[in-house]
Design a binder for this molecule. Structure first.
Ligand SMILES: Cc1ncc(COP(=O)(O)O)c(C=O)c1O
Length: 383
């Protein structure tokens, strides 16, 4: 491995403090520049007032949009900042006027909250949810997507790039090319991808990309963003519940949508977190998402290899391309018990279930080291 985590560990308080943080699919550790961006703005609010501080920080806020746009491809006008990936996804979904019998085409590996939204649309509006087949090795089969688009004519296609509870990476760009060919709007959940995979929304052919700041991007909790394609903006797509951030009130009646993706935002903002998100995107670009993500995936691969030697452990990940998320079940101990016991040893992991079996989730990042993985494997050898 040629990537050197050392400089980035120096910006990472918990790493310097000796805690082994392997819960980056939950929430990664914020580096110091992200923390400073947030706390500096809170200080400014304390001294100036909230609205006054937002006005004073206008250039920095604009720069935050620019950094996020550079991270995913596109320009600032394609970026809406929202509270989290779930809100981003819901805003995107609500841009379509579903009618009874309309089809949402999706995959078997999508995030549970997204699937609950489809079920809600089915219950309330009579939408039908259709699942594309998986490949034998795991992950959606693009040919099944093509076939279902041809035969069922879905209103939209929606897919999660990297599911929350397996190392799987879905062939999101291949599916995007098919959606583009048939002009089916395409919503991608990039929540676990942002910060560990290079993103170019043009190559993904996605119309919407929903992301959060706190995971592999190393931003703060409570903030996320939605990329919206020029095509969707030109089609006047907007969320169902628009607020004054997204449209102008017309005295004569009705409203006029604003031009850019900010029509997917709400007016009230945690500006400190917006600046934290911008700092995280800037930091990720500095580190280099490609090499950093490859290093993290290699740590995950070596974790799986080590786990394969533990008699009570069963690695659950499958797929052609695996990311920096490892899921493993232990024969005699529940994931919750293991998480608690590891936490007492200053090792952070998490437990996952729905959908799928209960499992321990181990998600390294580029500031972790092979030594930390060895310490984890040693601790797990007792189960
Ligand atoms: C794949 C995936 N999508 C969406 C989400 C939801 O993100 P948020 O909690 O920021 O809404 C998660 C959270 O774990 C996730 O793993």
């Amino acid at each position: 491995m040629t990537f050197d985590p050392a400089p980035w560990r120096n910006d990472t308080a918990a790493a310097l403090g000796g805690r082994i943080h392997l819960n980056n699919a939950g929430a990664a550790l914020m580096p110091q520049p992200v923390i400073s961006a947030i706390t500096d703005h809170i200080e400014l609010e304390a001294h100036l007032g909230g609205y006054e501080a937002a006005d004073a920080a206008r250039p920095e806020v604009a720069a935050a949009y620019e950094s996020v746009a550079r991270l995913v491809g596109g320009t600032a006008r394609n970026i809406a900042i929202v509270e989290n990936a779930t809100v981003a996804f819901a805003q995107a979904l609500s841009a379509f006027d579903f009618e009874p019998g309309d089809i949402i085409l999706t995959t078997h590996n999508d995030y549970v909250s997204n699937r609950l939204m489809y079920r809600s649309l089915a219950r309330r509006l009579g939408v039908e949810v259709v699942f594309a087949e998986d490949l034998p090795e795991g992950g959606v089969d693009p040919q099944s997507v093509r076939e279902l688009i041809r035969t069922r004519r879905p209103k939209i296609m929606a897919a999660t790039w990297i599911p929350t509870n397996s190392g799987l990476v879905q062939p999101i760009a291949e599916v995007g090319r098919i959606c583009a060919e048939y002009e089916v709007p395409y919503i991608v959940d990039g929540c676990q991808a942002v910060g560990q995979r290079e993103i170019n929304t043009a190559e993904l052919h996605c119309d919407f990309l929903a992301c959060t700041a706190r995971k592999f991007l190393r931003g703060p909790r409570g903030i996320g963003f939605l990329y919206v394609s020029d095509r969707m903006l030109a089609q006047q797509r907007a969320p169902l519940f628009i607020d004054m951030r997204g449209a102008a009130w017309l005295d004569a009646g009705g409203y006029e949508l604003f031009d850019d993706a900010r029509r997917f935002e709400n007016w009230e903002f945690a500006y400190a977190l917006v600046l934290g998100l911008g700092a995280a995107a800037h930091y990720a670009l500095n580190v280099g998402v490609g090499p950093a993500g490859a290093y993290a995936a290699e740590l995950a691969r070596s974790t799986r290899e080590g786990l394969a030697h533990l008699p009570g452990a069963r690695v659950l990940d499958h797929g052609r391309d695996l990311a920096a998320i490892v899921t493993v079940a232990f024969q005699d101990t529940t994931p919750d018990e293991i998480v608690a016991s590891l936490r007492d040893q200053a090792i952070n992991t998490s437990a996952t279930s729905e959908p799928g079996p209960a499992a321990l989730r181990i998600s390294p990042h580029y500031y972790n080291t092979p030594r930390e993985i060895a310490v984890l494997l040693d601790a797990l050898s007792t189960y």
